[in-house]
Write a protein that binds this ligand. Structure first.
Ligand code: PXL
Length: 270
């Protein structure tokens, strides 16, 4: 079988822990050929974002088009999208080139608080991109913004997942990392019929930069390889858990996770 291909439409993180760098590393570790269309170039390290230089929407569109016309991705992931114009451009390219399997990671703010999505772009994201999403992977604050619902209990999360499903997301996944339950973290998938929860031990570490990008990239890689949503969810959970549990301890701030860990363990275990 020929190699599967995934495209990330996202921002560059010069520090290498999040954004397209995290996505391409994750694709590679899971055996998928990675491609990118840049929305913005950020200057940042583990201490924070120094600046953001957005691409023009037209230049973003040309990157998606170039990939679509020739390489044909099996799955596409979106990350930092920055503006409403950028989202409109993406939707136009998806339609024009009949690109269907889109996993939306609705990135809004970086760990240090820098905004990665303009306020007025939220409506465009909801109205134009979410209805085309195969899956979406918000954390709790992002799910609150997208649904207008305060999320505290597991029941709130389930309702938010149903809201996202109604907005057109086929498989919403709400990540629980911002509301750890004492010693565990539970992520929730709604497949349109049932709720599936995956619980991992909570890991006490400050090195969690890029966990959201990495999770969503692992999910995208598995979907590109033909996993169904349930298997993709399980593997993405395991990939991120291994990446956080085996931290690299680099940089003096919020360091990146270890993208090597999952594959290293699978190689050891044969
Ligand atoms: O983790 C969210 C994220 C996504 N994309 C880029 C980022 C960040 C967080 O810092 O820098 C480019």
């Amino acid at each position: 079988m020929s190699i599967r291909k995934a495209l990330t439409i996202a921002g560059s993180d010069s520090g290498g822990g999040a954004g397209i760098q995290a996505d391409i590393k994750t694709f590679q570790e899971l055996g998928v050929f990675g491609m990118s269309a840049l929305t913005a170039v950020t200057a940042q390290n583990t201490q924070g974002v120094h600046s953001v230089f957005p691409m023009s929407p037209g230049e973003l569109g040309k990157q998606i088009e170039a990939v679509a016309l020739d390489l044909r991705p099996d799955a596409i992931k979106t990350g930092m999208l920055w503006s409403a114009e950028m989202i409109e451009e993406i939707v136009q390219q998806l339609e024009e080139h009949d690109l269907k399997v889109v996993i939306v990671d609705p990135v809004m703010i970086a760990k240090g608080g820098a905004s990665l999505l303009n306020d007025e772009a939220v409506e465009t994201l909801k109205r134009r991109l979410l209805p085309r999403a195969f899956a979406a992977t918000p954390n709790i604050p992002e799910a609150e913004v997208l649904t207008g619902r305060r999320i505290q209990t597991m029941d709130d999360r389930k309702k938010a997942a149903e809201d996202l499903h109604k907005l057109g997301v086929r498989y919403p996944i709400i990540k629980g990392g911002h509301l750890p339950e004492k010693k565990t973290v539970t992520d929730l998938l709604f497949d349109g019929e049932t709720f599936i929860e995956i619980t991992n031990p909570f890991i006490e570490t400050k090195h969690t930069h890029g966990t959201g990008c990495t999770f969503s990239a692992a999910l995208t890689a598995q979907i590109a390889k033909g996993s169904d949503i349930h298997e993709a969810f399980e593997i993405a959970e395991s990939f991120v858990h291994m990446a956080v549990a085996n931290g690299l301890n680099i940089g003096s701030g919020h360091g990146p996770t270890n993208h090597f860990a999952y594959k290293q363990r699978s190689m050891r275990e044969g």
